[in-house]
Each structure stands twice: as C-alpha cells, then as structure tokens.
Design a protein around this ligand. Structure first.
Ligand code: ADP
Length: 498
C-alpha cells in the first residue's frame, strides 16, 4: 500500500514548508497549550478553594468564644473585627461577614475588601446552617463572579453563628492567570520559532534547487559552461552533481562532434578539390587527348573510391558509437573467426611478400557480440599491419585465454594480438593513434605501400583504428598498442569471455 500525497496547487518550497510548519506548530503547541491551561486552571481553582475552606474552618472554630462574648456584651464588634483582621493578615483580598444562625449580619468587612452580597438562601449559607462548610461561586455586589465559603460557628454543638468568607474569583486566580499568560506566550513563541525554523529549512532546500533550475535553464539555452553549486541537502547535492556530470558529457560530445565535423569536412575537401580540378581540366579541352582524358578519369575514379571508403567508415563509426548494431549480441568463437580471417588475409600477405601465422590456445575463446564487427576489427588491424610492413616481414595473430585467479572458469578474458615486424610507430604518435582522422605523416607512406597492389586502401581515411577502438569499447573490451620504430608493432585487444 503506497501513500498518495494529496494534489496541491503549485507552491514555492518556502511557502509550502512555512504553511506546513505553521500547521504543525499550531496543532502541536496549540493542542498542548489548551489542555495544559485547562488542567492548570482547574487544579489551581481546587487548591485555592481548599485553602479558603480550611481558613474558614479554622476562623469559624476560633470565633466560638469571641461570638459568645459578643452576644453576652463582654466584647464589642470592633474587637471582633480586630480579631478577623489578625486572622486574615496574610489574605487581605478576602472579605468576611459574620451572621446570626437566622442569617442576620452581625459584622461585615469594609472596602477595599470584597463587597459581599449576603443572601440567606445562598447554597453556602444553607450548608453552614446545617453545620457543614459550604461554597458557591455567584455574583457579588460589585464583581460578577465571587467565591463564597461559609463555615458554621458552633458552641456546645449548637450553631451560634455563620462565618462567610468571600473573594472575587479573578483575584483568587490572579497568579494562575499570570502563569497561564506566560504559558500562552511560550506556546506562541514555539509556533513562531517552528515557522521561522521551517522558513530557514526551506531556504536551505529551495536555494540550491533554485540555482539548479537556473543552471538547467542556462544549459537548455545552450550555455554548456553553466555548472550547479554543490550545496544543500544530500539529495539536492547528488542531483546537482549528476546534472554537472551530464553537462560535462554533453559538452564533451558536442566538442567531439564539432571536431568530427571539422575533420570530416577537411578530409572530404581534398578529394573533392582534386575531382573539381580534373573535371575542369577535362572540360577545358583535356578530353580531346584520349590518353590524358583516360588518366584524369582514372584519377577521378580513384578519388571517388576514396570518398566512398571515407563515407562508409564515417557511417560505420557513427553506427558503432550509437550502438545500433549491438542490439542483437550473440556468442562468437574468436578462435574460429581468427582462422577464417587468417585464411582470407593469407593470399594478400603472400602477395605482399609477408608471412601470416595464427597461434591460438586449445581453449575455445568465446565472447559475446556482433560477429561482423569482430571481423571488421581483425580486418582493420591486419590491413594496417600489411600496409606498414616491408616485404619479407612477418605478421602474427595470437588468440589467448587469460584466467587471472579464477579456477572455476576456463577463460575469463580473451586476448587478441596482431603483431607485425613492420616500420613501427614513433612514441609521439602512440597517444593519438586511436583518434579519428589521425594519420602519421604522408612522408612515411612514400615507402611503397604493399596494399596498393591489393584491395586495401593506399591512403587510409585515418578512421580504421578509431573504428577498431569503438568496436572494442562497444563490446566492453580494451585495446592498446606497443610499438618500436624499425622493429614492429603489436595491437592487443581484450574482451570479457563468456
Ligand atoms: P588508416 O585507415 O589511414 O590506416 P588508421 O586509423 O587505421 O588509419 O591508422 C592511423 C595511423 O596509424 C596510420 O597513419 C597508420 O600509418 C598508423 N598505423 C596503424 N597501424 C600501424 C602499424 N601496424 N604499423 C605502423 N603504423 C601503423
């Protein structure tokens, strides 16, 4: 079961996180505060009432004799009032009344104490007349809500009077209200802090995202130098890194595409210029001379063949790099293929005065891939070997199975080597040898090319090794070269075996 996030109108991250935190803050701090305030209020009300009831009980007991003395005229009301003032010294906000059992007021406190509204039918007075301590919250003569507590004054178990203590509810709860106000302020501060913290969090997330979207916009407008800052949360940082890597790759492939187009145009221009010059010469009258015309036409045909080869190589290269023809991979026995290739190239090698041999392991070297492309790889390497080896030289194809440390499999890596005893490649050329259109200077080729007598090209397109390199990479392999000028060259290729 997966959670579906409800559909929301498009919001900025800051707004969304702000609203979310406000909601969570209000809900969390709000509910907690309301409950706490309610329980604090109720608890404090109970405690205060209990205190006033205890006080009423103590004073009621203490007034037993003074009231008898008042009734018998031994003391007067002002002496009783003095006694009450002493009792209530620490609670000046509490007002009092002393009543006869029938409810007549004998003595009452004066302002600023609570203005008491005595009502003989009030529940606390009814309870006290039954020798109980009663309480009620009802309007006073000034305040709207006054807490009344009445305690019986008894002498020899007979009711001799009633003491009423009264305090306005708001006065009684004043310190509780202050606590509640403080708690509410703290709750509001928590909500404000939650929203602020949410806002800060949203900046932390939204800022790098905004920079990412800016960079993505720049890239889409063609500014391939734009790169995202690697800041913010891990996920955003990873996204920025991926975007940067993607931009690097796109930039590299654009640059290589531009270089390819520039090189290709340059390479195509030479034969085209030659053809144009020769066609011009023919139309200027060279065609009158059959021999000259025949010579020019043969040259034009040669250039057209060269153009054709070059265009085919370019197409091959682009198809291999696009991976178009590797969709249908199949197991290929490289040993068998090498045997076929050797047989095919035997005649050409002999014609060029070269010896071609094949050495292979007894283990069948199986790899997965496109057999046509493997064939093309062999052809390109052998064509180069034949073209660059002087008559009397040797070319050797070696197929090996390399099994580094794996006892369970017979063949882990298939290694192909094409070795020749040819003119070799100078060290300065080796790093670029697999680049497209890279050809070692034509002077070197002034040496009689054996392939001129064969089907192989006399002047290559400079794409043969680039194609070989692409074929190897497309099959997950590796290619390399070692060479010593004047001694010979070895091209090696390794493929993962199956
Ligand atoms: P091309 O199709 O023109 O031969 P390649 O890409 O096949 O182009 O080769 C690039 C360059 O490497 C060529 O100029 C060639 O002279 C040189 N080269 C390739 N193979 C060998 C070799 N076995 N010995 C010496 N030079 C070689």
């Amino acid at each position: 079961m997966s959670f579906e996030f409800p559909k929301l109108p498009p919001l900025r991250i800051g707004t969304f996180i702000g609203i979310l935190h406000l909601f969570v803050g209000l809900l969390g701090a709000g509910i907690l505060t309301v409950f706490s305030l309610y329980f604090i209020y109720k608890g404090s009300e109970q405690v205060n009432l209990r205190e006033i009831k205890d006080l009423a009980f103590v004073i009621g007991n203490g007034l037993e004799h003074p009231l008898m003395d008042l009734q018998s005229g031994v003391v007067n009301t002002s002496q009783i009032d003095d006694a009450m003032t002493t009792y209530l010294r620490t609670r000046p906000e509490i007002g009092y009344s002393i009543l006869t059992p029938s409810g007549t007021v004998i003595l009452t406190s004066h302002p600023p104490r609570t203005a008491i509204a005595i009502d003989a039918r009030a529940p606390e007075i009814v309870a006290a007349s039954r020798s109980l301590i009663g309480q009620s919250i009802r309007p006073g003569s000034v305040e709207r809500r006054v807490v009344y507590v009445a305690s019986p004054i008894e002498h020899d178990n007979l009711l001799s009077g009633i003491l009423v203590l009264a305090v306005p509810l708001d006065t009684m709860m004043a310190s509780t209200y202050r606590t509640m106000l403080l708690m509410s302020i703290i709750a509001l501060l928590i909500v404000a802090f939650t929203v602020f913290e949410g806002w800060l969090g949203s900046i932390y997330i939204s800022k790098p995202l905004a920079s990412l979207s800016k960079v993505a916009a720049l890239l889409s407008q063609g500014d391939m130098t734009a790169r995202a800052d690697l800041g913010g949360p891990v996920e955003v940082k990873n996204l920025a890194q991926t975007l940067n890597e993607m931009a690097d790759r796109v930039q590299r492939s654009l640059e290589s595409m531009r270089a390819f187009v520039a090189n290709a145009s340059h390479e195509l221009r030479t034969p085209l210029t030659t053809i144009k010059l020769q066609v011009g010469a023919l139309s200027d009258g060279a065609c009158q001379d059959r021999e000259v015309a025949g010579h020019f036409l043969a040259q034009i045909e040669g250039e057209i063949d060269r153009l054709n080869d070059m265009v085919n190589d370019m197409l091959d290269l682009s198809q291999i790099e696009a991976g178009v023809e590797l969709v249908d991979r199949q197991p290929v026995n490289i040993s068998e293929l090498a045997e076929e290739v050797t047989a095919f190239w035997q005649a050409r090698s002999l014609q060029a005065g070269l010896t071609l041999t094949l050495t292979e392991d007894s283990t069948p070297a199986m790899v997965s891939g496109d057999p046509q492309r493997f064939r093309q790889l062999f052809d390109n390497l052998l064509d180069n070997a034949v073209k660059n080896t002087n008559p009397g030289g040797k070319i050797e194809i070696a197929i090996q199975c390399c099994d580094p440390g794996d006892r369970n499999r017979l063949c882990q890596t298939v290694r192909i080597e094409v070795r020749d005893t040819g003119i070799g490649i100078a060290p300065e050329h080796l790093p670029n040898i697999f680049d497209r259109f890279y050809r070692i200077e034509m002077r070197r080729r002034a040496k009689k090319s054996v392939s001129e007598n064969t089907a192989a090209k006399s002047v290559g397109s400079g794409l043969g090794l680039a194609i070989a390199h692409s074929i190897v990479l497309a099959h997950g392999g590796e290619i390399g070269v070692t060479s010593q000028p004047g001694i010979g060259t070895t091209f090696w290729v390794e493929f993962p075996a199956i």
